[in-house]
Design a protein around this ligand. Sequence first.
Ligand SMILES: *[C@@H]1O[C@H](CO)[C@@H](O)[C@H](O)[C@H]1NC(C)=O
Ligand SMILES: *[C@@H]1O[C@H](CO)[C@@H](O)[C@H](O)[C@H]1NC(C)=O
Ligand SMILES: [Zn+2]
Length: 451
Amino acid sequence: MSEQTALLPSTSDANSYDGGANNHTTEPLPAFNITVRSVTWGLLTALTGIGLVVFLFFQDSLPDNIKMLPWIGGEPKDPMTAALGILEKAPIIDGHIDLPILIRYGGYANNVSGVDLNSKMPAHVDIPRLRKGRVGGFFWSVYVGCAGSEVEGEYFLQASWRVRDTLEQIDVAKLLIEKYPDTFHFARNAGDVRSAIANGKIAGLLGVEGAHQLGNSISVLRQYQALGVSYVTLTHTCHNAFADSCGMTPGKEPLHNGLSALGFSLIDEMNRLGVLVDLSHTSDATAIQALNYSKAPVIWSHSSARAVHNVPRNVPDDVLRLIGAGVGQTDAVVMVNFASYFVAPEGLATVETVANHVEHIASIAGKEHVGIGSDFDGIEAVPAGLEDVSKYPALIAELYSRGWKKYELAGLTGGNLLRIFEGAEKISREMKVAGVQPIYDLYDKRTDIPH
Ligand SMILES: *[C@@H]1O[C@H](CO)[C@@H](O)[C@H](O)[C@H]1NC(C)=O
Ligand SMILES: *[C@@H]1O[C@H](CO)[C@@H](O)[C@H](O)[C@H]1NC(C)=O
Ligand SMILES: [Zn+2]
């Protein structure tokens, strides 16, 4: 309150101003002067007080064009009203949506003409539901599966079609984004995301879900980046030439004990290019080493908390504790996965249990290190209350009712991810200015190029 009252002239200031003016004019009767002054200041003070009360406590009931500072002011009692108000200004940016693989294998055979995103799609994502869920952007996963060493060979050398298939998925994602120019806006960086949202569009970003999709080659990474890929997950559920995966069930035997030498080089090149390092699906050793090594902030595009539900795909507390600490003090955001089998024992996943994951990650790493990475269209079982992309407001309402503040929720919905993104872009610019050269390391197991 002291700042507000300081905006009003104090009584002594007013007296001296009046006194000064009166020296050059006809003297009014002193008693009359004092009465006018006190009535005037009394009225002004009362009006200011009423104004402050309205501003601070009833702001949310004012029409939008009268609200001045969106993050100060009244807290609506109804959590859903509050959630929708927050999402209007800070819409959801989801770290992982698997729409492209549905278009590949879900009966469309990658024929974008046959896809109508304005009608009800078979799984979790279409335009009406994205709009209802207040989505401002998402990463389109251009995933293709990994087979691991059983099919790809001991050194993963028999996998050349993975790059072709990834290009096909990039093609599908881009063609769908282009097909709906009134809805989607292709985005390669945080600035693109911000301008898409400012124009009422949904930013479409690309994420490659596993370094097996690089065909063992760092030059493929450069070309994916040129096509607009914003993150690469270091592994899917198989190990690859760059890093170890956590698999899907406990006890997966490590291959490199984390990152391979080529994996460290891959991170260097991702940092230089501004491609986000994604640690979902990686083994704990991979995650710890990558978090320690990366110069740029990192993400978990779709992972929840292992302490809440104990599966390898979730992030353990000892890794969460390393966020913002360690050699590089690496910033990170863990974007919570909604898949029922990552969230709770069978049949028990709900919007409340997903909120438990968000709160647990926040309690260890801080609220500015949590985001949302639903995995919609890539999962079969979904939590009660979070059945598809129209339901994000229910999660925001749940956390609001648990005491999360508006600005904290605006970080969760997308602000935290944008901070990480901008941090990685800054590192990329700095490395380029410093003249850091592209990485030319070849995978040492390759025999097709003499080296
Ligand atoms: C692609 O889908 C459209 C619309 O369903 C259909 O007319 C066309 O024949 C399909 N093309 C191919 C090659 O299947
Ligand atoms: C973290 O990085 C430092 C410096 O490069 C290194 O000495 C240390 O072994 C790393 N720790 C882990 C757990 O990777
Ligand atoms: Zn995944």
